[in-house]
Ligand binder design. Sequence first.
Ligand code: PMP
Length: 419
Amino acid sequence: MSLVTDTAQLRERAERRIPGGVNSNVRLDGPRIFFARGKGAWLWDVDGRDYVDYLLGQGPAFLGHAAEPVLRAVVEACAKGNVYGAQHPLEVAAAERLCAVLEWPEMVRFGMTGTEMVQAAIRLARAATGRRRLVRFEGHYHGWLDNVLLAPEPGRAAPASAGQPAEALADSIVLAWNDLGALTELLDREGEDVCAVLMEPMMLNAGSIPPAPGYLEGVRRLCSSHGILLVFDEVITGFRLALGGATARFGVIPDLAVYGKAMAAGWPVAALAGRASLMELFATGRVTHAGTFNANVMGVAATLATLDVLEHDSPYERIEHRGAQLMTGLRELAAEASVPLRVRGLPAAFHASFGDDGDVRDFRDVQLLDAGRYRRLAEALVGRGVWVAARGIWYVSAAHGEREVEVTLERARAALAGA
Ligand code: PMP
């Protein structure tokens, strides 16, 4: 059976054998394009059309597609054996390196996905505190499993999927993010039952919303005074907002943090990092975390090689510069076309939207935006060769250069004309 054929044929074949023609429900939301290859900031579909990529495989391709040094390291390491289901030197080196680079954690455990390592964090927090309840925030995403997936209903922990039992969310308390008053009140009332406060330290699954000044510091103080663990889900922010992620960028240290995506430039690996006094609970065997593929060779080799690039050829200033250029360019084009496009957030991961002039501080503000109009613009951008998500997020990689920004703005000019 041929692997590469045209889009129409592939769509038909995919829909026959893969429910919805996609392997993640997140992709039900996007155009059914089939990619033949990717290199640097570019993707090519099976019909030969090119795209400047601003989705980066949902975030991981932070060094661009098929980044040479990481690819080489993975191939070299895997040629000698790719999975042991047992200990090997590279996993030790990767754990040491991760702790050294991030500076605050003392130990890490490796797994495969962000979803999975969030589960490890929750279990550890419950075991460490002897408490069950979990504070969560509107619009933050922590994976697709029963006990974390939320319907987009502010103030309520409601299931988002058929087959997801409501009881699985019974221990979740959902608050508005960036609202220290709401957290203070809740913890004064029910803090003794809460094991952890779990958040994206900058909200990137809905908008691109940094923490309000003093918010993370306030959350840190509240958690410490109530004996609650602060868990940062750095699956998107880690290694993207800075080498040390949001923790370094905003200067607030959690008790536990989950990393994935940019950590390994596109290879499937994730990590839970934390203080030794907590992480050692896994060592006693009292708290279980397991997985056949945990710390497999490709994942840890990719992590080490990615950290090498991030440390020794730091892309952060370049990405800030490129992203800022692009944000400014998009704003100018929108103004020229008299289109009320708002471009907000940080250059490495910004958000574009319609429908609001004011400040966007939380999920409720994001819900007021005109998602339908942006979706149509995203479709027009994709049609002209700019690969973006309908939900408005734009990720910039280390491989985006002057030329990519120029081409993007040219193509965006045409798309915006019809928006
Ligand atoms: N946490 C956050 C903040 C995420 O954005 C995601 C995925 N988008 C996850 C967890 C889940 O990670 P994965 O898809 O690797 O399971």
